[in-house]
Design a protein around this ligand. Structure first.
Ligand code: DGY
Length: 323
């Protein structure tokens, strides 16, 4: 008899095709996440579950999961999963590293360029008819932004994605400084980045891009104090996790000009709605699209399947995150 897996959302077909050879699949087809009571019921009867960043796998859920042996997260981040509780119960937890690095770095850079050159604001100006109404065809001072060449990019968190952003920035002639818990000598030499302490990074960067996982330690790592240290011309990019930034403080910073702008792909709650933030012209927003390319999402589906298949064959899954 095949083991059973509950997949909490439609994932790309390449993954499903691989998984169905080894598992009996229960697939949640609604685009919204399964409600808590559904998850609590489904989890009682499966050997494996495929989860997304929005599925909370907490102690209560795990208490209901007497048969569950593996949680395969369809993401590189897994802060939605209580890893300690899963490990205590001998449940494997896996993620999808590597395959979404370029997609996420591309999006961070897209937000950086879009914010620096005010592309969304300008689009709105043209689309709304305001440009036509203004009768100003071209003006030397219209929509001035910031250039990238020679500017300093501060990267917080120098793992795969942080490094991939640094490589892109090199191509634009930027100076790279980074801060991370551990110094990454090999990467820093190869890329040409300089390690600095947190405060120096905040003080010296023209652009700051966040690439840390969400943990107790990184919760509100960027708050009022940090935003006040940053340059008034600085632009903050967050494609990591929403709670790394204190949104209330960020809104104040953008309103009062402590910093020049922000590009946000992640939010403290998702989906997110906040009129105060949405009114601001100096912020560019996206609905958590870091890994949203066909290539990355198919790569993630393949990794999820590989982890599940390894488990079904009695092997150690390749992308285990349990310590
Ligand atoms: C991740 O992988 O952690 C992203 O946030 C979702 O793709």
């Amino acid at each position: 008899m095949k083991p059973r897996v509950f997949i909490t959302r439609q994932i790309p077909e390449n993954g499903i095709k691989m998984i169905e050879r080894y598992y009996e699949i229960d697939l949640w087809k609604d685009q919204r996440e399964p409600p808590k009571d559904v998850l609590l019921e489904k989890i009682t009867d499966v050997d494996a579950i495929v989860t997304l960043v929005t599925d909370k796998v907490d102690k209560e859920l795990l208490d209901n999961a007497s048969k569950l042996r593996i949680i395969t997260q369809y993401a590189v981040g897994y802060d939605n999963i209580d890893l300690e509780e899963a490990t205590k119960r001998g449940i494997y937890v896996t993620n999808t590293p590597g395959v979404l690095t370029d997609a996420t770095a591309d999006l961070a850079f897209a937000l950086l360029l879009t914010s620096a050159r005010r592309v969304v604001e300008a689009d709105q100006f043209v689309r709304s008819g305001e440009w036509k109404r203004s009768a100003v065809g071209w003006h030397p001072l219209m929509f001035l932004g910031y250039g990238l060449k020679g500017k300093t990019l501060g990267i917080i968190g120098f793992g795969r994605i942080g490094q991939a952003v640094a490589r892109r920035a090199k191509g634009f002639g930027m100076k790279i400084i980074y801060y991370s818990r551990r110094r990454k000598l090999k990467a820093e030499k190869e890329i040409g980045a300089e390690y600095v302490d947190f405060e120096t990074l905040l003080e010296e960067s023209d652009f700051i891009s966040l690439h840390v996982p969400f943990t107790d330690e990184t919760h509100h790592m960027i708050g009022e104090k940090e935003l006040k240290i940053m340059k008034p011309t600085a632009i903050l990019i967050n494609t990591a996790r929403g709670p790394v930034v204190d949104t209330k403080a960020l809104i104040k910073a953008l309103q009062e000009g402590w910093i020049a702008g922000a590009g946000l792909d992640v939010f403290e709650e998702e989906p997110y709605y906040n009129e105060e933030l949405f009114k601001l012209k100096n912020v560019v927003l996206a609905p958590h699209l870091g890994s949203a390319t066909h290539e990355a999402r198919e790569g993630m589906a393949e990794l999820v399947a590989k982890n599940l298949i390894a488990f079904a064959k009695g092997e150690i899954p390749p992308n285990l995150v349990n310590k």
